[in-house]
Design a protein around this ligand. Structure first.
Ligand code: BG6
Length: 511
């Protein structure tokens, strides 16, 4: 992730990357394990297409898709082309274009080849080894239970050995482990095969511009940081509310649940960006050291500070939704949580006594990912002899999605002869200030991996520190979750969690 100042509103496609001084990534072979999987089709291919459009990939770039499914180069290309075309019909998809640009997509497809192989078999991996020379990135877009096996196989056939002028990197998806113990085991297996600097543990939330902007907001502006501490901040909410249910992912979701799926990864990324100390530079290790320090300062969550919920039947955006337990591949007596809320405290000087409330859930009444920073109330004294009987605290909302920007709520004088205050909002919206290029969130991450910048990736110690915080809640997760109606704001217990401290969650906005 390169930091430079540029003027807003570049106008031509690819201009944002060019304006930021991004140069082409070095030539490399990208090997995708799970070539037939959803992630490859829905996100990796559109990202490569966008990177090609931004002229950020070298002509020597190659892509090898590896999967057990019988196929060949031509068939794989055809299938991926058909999926890209489907994106032109669905405006709500993560990737939407009116028309697939043939030059850019052609650039990608020319470089695609397919290897039918079983990554658990040494002879198959040896066949792969024959096809890979020079720089290579191995992308593990496979089910999490295979991460350790694939890395061991790669190591076993010598594919992770770096030589002068040939880097070898591995991108590992989430969930990275299922609790602290399994994350430690996975780290040990992975690090027995490769050096930490070769491992890129990906969290797609960090590919979102609005998430990266948290660092820009805090550290590139002088006005926020002096207030960014316990003296001025009362509490912080972090929300990732979704309107979608588990859809066809029951088999993955049943043993996973909302806590593992979203909290130690996505929500903790937001939490660490918001609460870490300023790094002394934007060097990858400086940033990751500060994040790791912060994660280690979070107190392991207490039983009374966790609320688990599961959606019952209801109505989301006018559509009837079945109960989670009636979804495909879900047990009729499932105790998996589809919602979780936590109250966390950070044991350091900056944040002592400031609660951080986190919540995430599926089939809720609104789709909203945001960080809401509640400042302390000003003293009343000044307004003693006026009609003002209560002052509203300032609230800064960092809107991650679908609204992308930020909102600062302040009090203003209502026009008229009396001193009456009214809340008003100052808003910045990304799309007003910049020309937004199509972005599914993986572009920056793939590019960063190719140029060897790990700033936005998780280090082994960060992963373990995150699991250590939520581990007590995981150990209890066999308990019955509290039911909430699909389309609601979540279980009543989540409101009670904040009410205990005299606080309340920001309302979910229906789309
Ligand atoms: C994924 C989770 O990592 O993130 C999904 O597995 C979740 O369950 C998704 O829906 C949310 O990501 P985004 O970018 O759509 O907010």
């Amino acid at each position: 992730m390169a930091f430079r100042s540029v003027t807003a509103s570049p106008t031509s496609p690819g201009a944002n990357a060019a304006a930021a001084g991004a140069h082409k990534a070095p030539p490399a072979t990208l090997v995708i394990f799970g070539a037939h999987g959803d992630l490859t089709k829905r996100l990796l291919m559109p990202s490569l297409y966008n990177l090609a459009g931004g002229a950020l990939l070298d002509d020597g770039f190659k892509i090898i898709g590896v999967d057990r499914v019988p196929s060949d180069d031509a068939k794989w290309r055809e299938e991926l082309t058909a999926t890209m075309q489907e994106f032109t019909h669905d405006k709500t998809a993560e990737f939407y274009v009116e028309k697939v640009d043939e030059t850019n997509w052609g650039w990608v497809t020319q470089r695609l080849s397919y290897l039918q192989a079983d990554f658990t078999k040494k002879e198959d991996m040896a066949r792969l080894a024959q096809q890979v020379q020079g720089n290579a990135v191995f992308y593990l877009a496979v089910a999490a239970r295979f991460f350790g096996d694939v890395v061991e196989q790669l190591g076993g056939v010598g594919l992770l050995k770096q030589a002068e002028g040939a880097f070898r990197r591995v991108v590992i998806e989430k969930p990275y482990g299922a609790d602290l113990a399994s994350a430690k085991t996975l780290n040990a297996r992975v690090l027995a095969q490769a050096d930490e600097s070769q491992i890129f543990r990906i969290d797609h939330f960090l590919g979102k511009e609005t998430v990266q902007n948290i660092m820009a907001l805090r550290f590139a502006n002088g006005i926020f940081e002096p207030l960014w501490k316990r003296d001025h901040i009362d509490y912080v909410e972090i929300t990732a509310a979704e309107t979608i249910g588990v859809e066809q992912r029951g088999a993955f979701y049943e043993p996973t649940g909302a806590l593992r799926d979203m909290v130690p990864n996505h929500l903790f990324q937001l939490l660490s960006m918001v609460s870490m100390e300023p790094p002394n530079s934007f060097d990858a290790e400086a940033v990751r050291n500060e994040k790791a320090k912060l994660l280690k300062a979070i107190h392991p969550v207490r039983h009374e500070d966790v609320v688990r919920g599961q959606y019952a039947a209801g109505t989301v955006q006018g559509h009837s939704v079945a109960a989670y337990r009636d979804e495909p591949n879900v047990a009729h007596d499932s105790t998996t949580e589809t919602y979780v809320a936590l109250r966390l405290v950070i044991d350091n000087w900056r944040w002592a006594g400031v609660p951080f409330y986190l919540r995430t859930g599926k089939s809720l009444g609104g789709r909203q990912t945001e960080v809401v920073v509640h400042f302390r109330k000003p003293p009343f004294a000044l307004f003693r002899d006026t009609a003002v009987d209560e002052l509203t605290p300032n609230v800064l909302t960092l809107d991650i999605q679908p609204f992308e920007g930020l909102t600062l709520s302040i009090s203003a004088k209502h026009p008229g002869p009396q001193m009456i205050l009214a809340p008003v909002q100052l808003r910045f919206q990304y799309k007003d200030a910049f020309k937004l290029e199509p972005n599914v969130g993986y572009e920056t991450l793939i590019y960063d991996c190719l140029i060897g910048d790990p700033t936005l990736f998780q280090r082994a110690d960060m992963i373990e520190a995150s699991w250590a915080v939520v581990d007590p809640a995981i150990k209890e997760s066999g308990e019955q979750p509290e039911l909430y109606a699909a389309g609601s704001a979540g279980p009543a217990g989540a409101e009670a969690l904040l009410a205990r401290d005299g606080h309340s969650w920001a309302a979910l906005k229906a789309e």
